[in-house]
Write a protein that binds this ligand. Structure first.
Ligand SMILES: Cc1cc2nc3c(=O)[nH]c(=O)nc-3n(C[C@H](O)[C@H](O)[C@H](O)COP(=O)(O)OP(=O)(O)OC[C@H]3O[C@@H](n4cnc5c(N)ncnc54)[C@H](O)[C@@H]3O)c2cc1C
Length: 418
């Protein structure tokens, strides 16, 4: 596909900033993760001059399970197969008491990727349609005036008509612009994640030919642990809401020891890292007049699963479209419609995922009850698999699960549902 590019526009009058402007773009995107690259690609396809400023050099490490749903594949306008590690056909869930619930299906239900290659690939896809990328460019400050925005890195000052903050959970753009000055402890999770190298055949022995993904309830209260298989590595991780955190390091060690014993393996944990992810479940404080926050910077993660890549992609695209509509308005440009559009697109998903997290992850007792019900009930197991793999919208699944619980497991339902 060929995208027609307009000639670079003349510089804006930078009345508020004096003569420091060096480069002029329609849109600066701070951060080259899935949200930033998707936004940049879409904006360039719409004809905008786009610059991505990324502090790291791709391929870069990103703490993540790397589980992506079919919705992610369907939301992108290019083939993802070059970076797919495994197609997953199901899920295996361990209850706090060690009960094992497994459910798979004949069609592929999701995929795993290595974030190093997935994110690099998305960045390349943005460059292919004309996005300019500067790597190793950590943005240190962002300033917004009535007509433009400035992003300051150590070596350069860049200017644009609008700016997108795609710089993840600890967003500098959010803080500097005052759009989102930080997360309360009950709005954010802390994870420990390791990429554990392993032979392909050894991983296949553990996850069987269906390449199922593993979820562990019990190692940590108000969170869960996971084992997501790639070709020659496992993503092992554990995560918890910060306000409920007790001793994550010890819980992590116990989870790893249990994993090693269960599967008769030894894990090489040299590539272990910790990271935060937003679990607010509500959309608010995501834009000013000329700046939009996308992906994790805006808090778009489903609290019950920790799935964020799909919302990074969706919000990136919405931001690009809003930018394209507002830029022609010059000084009157205002991106305030962005937040409402995100609400229309996935507010319900996030809110329901939050309410499910509150019920399911509230206590070991609740996790055990839910697992027991799924253990004995094939239909419920299928719903749970669909929830974990993001196969159906959260609303539909919540309604189906609640109905099934009330009909077939009324006592458990009464204990689970407040
Ligand atoms: C441990 C863990 C496991 C997860 N597992 C999954 C999963 O399996 N599936 C799923 O869907 N989601 C998962 N998530 C959530 C998912 O990783 C995020 O939702 C997703 O990465 C959000 O993409 P993003 O582009 O908004 O942010 P990021 O991927 O965090 O990208 C932000 C980018 O901005 C750059 N940056 C930051 N600050 C600056 C700066 N000042 N200047 C320039 N650049 C900057 C960073 O280097 C980075 O490249 C997980 C999260 C964690 C923490």
């Amino acid at each position: 596909m060929c995208y027609k590019r307009e000639k670079k526009k003349p510089p804006l009058p930078y009345k508020d900033f004096g003569e420091i402007a060096l480069v002029t773009y329609d849109l600066i995107v701070v951060g080259g993760g899935p949200a930033g690259t998707t936004c940049a690609r879409r904006a360039a396809q719409l004809g905008l001059e786009v610059l991505v400023l990324e502090k790291a050099h791709h391929p870069r490490r990103k703490a993540c399970g790397g589980g992506i749903t079919v919705r992610v594949r369907d939301a992108l306008d290019f083939d993802l197969s070059p970076v797919i590690e495994r197609e997953a056909y199901g899920v295996r869930i361990y209850s706090p008491s060690g009960m094992v619930i497994e459910q798979s299906r004949s069609e592929s239900s999701g995929f795993t990727v290595r974030r190093e290659s997935f994110d690099s690939f998305l960045l390349k896809k943005a460059q292919e349609v004309g996005v300019e990328v500067v790597e190793g460019a950590k943005v240190l400050d962002v300033m917004e005036s009535s007509a433009s925005v400035i992003a300051v890195t150590e070596n350069e000052t860049y200017t644009s008509r609008l700016l997108v903050g795609a710089d993840g959970t600890n967003s500098l753009v959010g803080r500097k612009t005052g759009i989102n000055t930080g997360w309360r402890d009950d709005e954010v999770g802390l994870c420990i994640e390791a990429s554990v190298p392993m032979e392909f055949s050894e991983i296949s022995r553990i996850v069987n030919e269906k390449s199922i993904i593993e979820i562990y309830f019990g190692p940590v209260l108000y969170g869960y642990a996971w084992a997501f298989p790639k070709k020659t590595e496992f993503s092992l991780g554990i995560g918890v809401r910060v306000s409920k955190m007790q001793n994550l390091k010890d819980e992590w060690k116990r989870f790893i020891a249990g994993f090693e014993e269960r599967h008769s393996i030894k894990c090489d944990l040299h590539d272990t890292t910790a990271a935060r992810l937003p679990l607010r479940g509500k959309i608010r404080n995501t834009c000013s007049k000329r700046v939009m926050l996308v992906g994790d910077a805006a808090g778009y993660v489903a609290p019950v699963t920790g799935e964020g890549i799909i919302y990074a992609i969706k919000s990136g695209k919405i931001a690009a479209e809003v930018a394209n509509e507002e830029i022609p308005k010059g000084e009157n440009a205002n991106v305030s419609s962005y937040e409402q559009r995100c609400k229309n697109a996935f507010n319900q998903d996030l809110a329901i995922a939050q309410s499910l997290a509150k019920i399911l992850l509230k206590s070991n007792k609740n996790m055990e009850l839910a697992c027991q019900a799924a253990y004995t009930d094939q239909t419920l197991r299928e719903y749970v698999m669909e929830l974990v793999m993001g196969i159906r919208p959260y609303k539909e699944l919540r309604n189906r699960i609640l109905k099934r619980l009330l009909l077939k497991h009324p006592l458990k339902a009464l204990k689970l549902i407040p």
